[in-house]
Structures are given as structure tokens and as C-alpha cells.
Design a protein around this ligand. Structure first.
Ligand code: AMP
Ligand code: ZN
Length: 114
């Protein structure tokens, strides 16, 4: 956990431009954007993958979605559209094992994803 890059961002030890922070959930720009808008929404709590969610995290995962909704509105993409994605483990391409929701917008997003 001490080596977790997103815990370090949440603690302010690694710089990131926070676009949202309610104390439990924060959002910042992805360092390698795949769309004109590409944010990451994370809980401060270290949860490695979706598989590790428990009942006590129900409100937290809900709060992450509410953050996505608010950010999409603030960034002007609520009506044009956006996508939220949580990758879980190898086949989904998860690289950082601290749960995070991608918020992608600003262009038409292909479906199905690769
Ligand atoms: P995933 O493949 O779902 O685990 O996504 C991890 C994401 O974290 C990738 O889109 C990376 O570009 C992004 N990322 C990794 N390190 C940083 C960082 N220091 N600041 C912002 N985004 C990062
Ligand atoms: Zn972490």
C-alpha cells in the first residue's frame, strides 16, 4: 500500500491537479489521456480492485459516480456524452491496483471497446 501511486496522489506526495475532492473521493487528470477529457476518480481508501469491494464501500462507490456526474456537468459534456470505466485485473488492462474510475469524454467513443 505504501508503494501505491494513487495513495501517494491522494496524500499529496505525488502532484496531480485535483478537479474534485470531497474528502473521500478525488478526481484528477489522467497522465496519458485517451480522449480530450480523461479524468480518474478515486477513493482515498485503498481498495485494489472491484473484486475487493465490500458492503461497507457501497456509499463510496456511489459517491464516485456522483463525482462523475458533477464533473461531466461542470466540463460541459453531460449532454454530449461520456463514459465511465473501471478496469478489473489483467484482461481488462488494469495497471494501477487502487480502484479508479476513468471518465472519458470529448469525442465519440467506440463500442465495443478493444
Ligand atoms: P488502468 O489501466 O485502468 O489501471 O488505468 C491506470 C491509469 O492511470 C492509466 O490511464 C494511466 O495513464 C494513469 N496514471 C498512471 N500514473 C498516473 C499519474 N501519476 N497521474 C495520473 N494518471 C496516472
Ligand atoms: Zn492505494
Amino acid at each position: 500500500m505504501n508503494d501505491c501511486i494513487f495513495c501517494k496522489i491522494a496524500a499529496g506526495d505525488i502532484p496531480a491537479t485535483a478537479l474534485y475532492d470531497d474528502g473521500e473521493v478525488l478526481a484528477f487528470s489522467d497522465i496519458n489521456p485517451e480522449a480530450p477529457i480523461h479524468l480518474l476518480i478515486i477513493p482515498r481508501k485503498h481498495i485494489p480492485t472491484l473484486n475487493d469491494l465490500t458492503e461497507v464501500d457501497a456509499a463510496l462507490i456511489g459517491r464516485m459516480h456522483l463525482a462523475a456526474k458533477q464533473l461531466a456537468a461542470e466540463l460541459g459534456v453531460a449532454d454530449s456524452g461520456y463514459r465511465t470505466v473501471i478496469n478489473c485485473n489483467h484482461n481488462a488492462g488494469q495497471l494501477v491496483f487502487h480502484i479508479h474510475m476513468h471518465l472519458l469524454a470529448g469525442r465519440e467513443l467506440g463500442w465495443p471497446p478493444g
